[in-house]
Design a protein around this ligand. Sequence first.
Ligand code: GLN
Ligand code: ZN
Length: 757
Amino acid sequence: MTTLHFLGFPRVGAKRELKFAQERYWRKELSEQDLRYVAKSIREKNWYHQAQANANFVTVGDFSFYDHMLDLQVATGAIPGRFGFDSQQLSLDQYFQLARGNQQQFAIEMTKWFDTNYHYLVPEFYADTQFKANPNHYLEQIHEAQQLGYQVKPTLVGPITFLWLGKEKGATFNRLDLLNKLLPVYESLLNAFLQAGVQWVQLDEPALTQDLPAEWLQAYKTAYAQLSAVKINKIFATYFGSVAEHAPLLKSLPVEGLHIDLVRDHKQFSAFADYPKILSLGVIDGRNIWRTNLPHILDHLQDAKALLGERLWISSSCSLLHCPYDLSIETQLQEKQPELYQWLAFGLQKVQELSILKKALVESPSRVQTELNESQCAAEARTHSQLIHRCEVAERLANLPENADQRKSPYQQRIKAQQAWLQLPNLPTTTIGSFPQTLNIRQARAKFKKGEISVSEYEAAMKKEIALVVKAQEELDLDVLVHGEPERNDMVEYFGELLEGFAFTKFGWVQSYGSRCIKPPIIYGDVQRSQPMTVAWSQYAQSLTNRPMKGMLTGPVTILQWSFVRNDISRATVCKQIALALNDEVLDLEKAGIKVIQIDEPAIREGLPLKRADWRQYLQWAGEAFRLASSGCEDSTQIHTHMCYSEFNDILPAIAALDADVITIETSRSDMELLNAFADFHYPNDIGPGVYDIHSPRIPTADEIEHLLRKALKVIPAERLWVNPDCGLKTRGWSETIEALKVMVKVTKQLRQELTN
Ligand code: GLN
Ligand code: ZN
């Protein structure tokens, strides 16, 4: 008997039912009861699919109204005291206030869950944090599933990962010191599960795939020794990376089972082949959308079964939370790209795959021969498909000239050639690209997509917007202008739709945080540009003004990072393919007279591997890709890049190695702390630290901007300092945008005066 279980399921529903219900609830258009009803039906469907697939348990506790880490903060009583809420009596409204903030309190901070695009709410730990168990969230789901007749396996994040992912607040202390207080609460939770008749609990400890300090590794022993007092079977789940190096530690832990991610690293199996207890193998990719070659996996599983016998469990590599829900509703894709459709598997299809594997192992492969054959055929068809392989692309990449990723001259020389024609004053002002995406713009785009307006009507509407944006910038007296990006729905989707090798789904949504979902494009084949993508818009914008117009592109790393990427070649190769396609665009822009070009790379930091040892290699190819995209142009062409959403202190050398002439970067929220790092590192090129936060509608005061600019001037020479907002303005309204930029320009002019005196 091989056991099949799931680490977790998507929770927003096949068509984002939870999102729409939540948002209606927040607008007071839906009652709490009705919202709970929607949630319940999503859970029921999720369990139904698991049961249909012959899973030995259904997973509970993975459903959340906002975030599973927030649920755990409530379940352990570790909600921030600043809200004044009682975790034992928390209402649903209060729960949402923790996540979204209220009049008095900022929301709990959010950050990315490991290397995914899912954001969790970061626990706030204080030296005197008191924990108190409140198992209700889990018990409700346990009872609900039991009433439907299912065997259940609750899942929750384990104590070490929970502490590790939290942040220390208040007086300095070490949050690991809280472990002693936290463990009794975990014991209570586990005891509550036991009393509810639960036999197995899954404790997620993905922190072990990161670089943990020795005391944290040691803490695993203490923690799990103490939890072993509760006689419930524990499966210790790791994912997102290899834990082979921790095999001795893991083998010594008093847990009843271990889950390892064989998709990220299939070689780690050998480190655990002699594991004497339950070994759960994550063999289906929970992070991507490709169909698996089942016979190939089955071979490995049969070997594993020979070693482990009954102790073999199978699952997806990680929770299916990171996958879209159901491919079968993508009827458009199925019609238009039937070949590609055959290669894909979303959440429910992965459940099916695991079900087939289980049947093959428990009964015999012959029982599922048809399914196995189909799977293999699809895999082979994909390998050889004309859709994927474009010889020109591979050849171009293989035959790149030696200096393809180098500008013609070093920055010191280039900047002179640029300044010669740009004639910019000290402290030049610019913006990051987008201007407000008004209802007007979104409606025009929607109508165009639906075929309700013609190409020329649509183009005229966009040109009108561009003209508005150009005029506004001239009136503001900004120095380097932008066209405002009205034609872009999304900075990745826009380019994906115009490049070869990309496909799009209708319902391929993945939760990003709370009710927010994203629909990443699918990069399935060699990437190539068949036509200019932005030239006409930028050229039109340039025709309206004598000031320099900045062309706007999304960088190769960001496009890669925010897509589902093919897994038959390396990410590095895909990234370089995108880079070359973008380079074609850069050179066309240059030819069209657009000689300031910004290549946005907001996602470069988040692509960093979880283990530091792997950083160098990533940064090397990511940097090369950026440079491939931005090289080949004249010295006098000025390349900008833009970064935001993260801290960059630890990758400054890699950022400098991009060799962009100008970098604009988000700094205002950290009061320019980042700049010290740039100064210490002697960042060599031009830099535009954001002087106000665009994430809030608040108009910055002149004093605030002046304060930030003076701070910047202390560490960056005036000749290399630019003045700009933190990020694009698309989420802002027009009036606040103009007011804020007015302040920015006014302060800049005063400082310029002062500098020339
Ligand atoms: N050019 C983009 C914009 O202004 C940059 C967006 C981003 O950094 N995320 O919208
Ligand atoms: Zn940005």
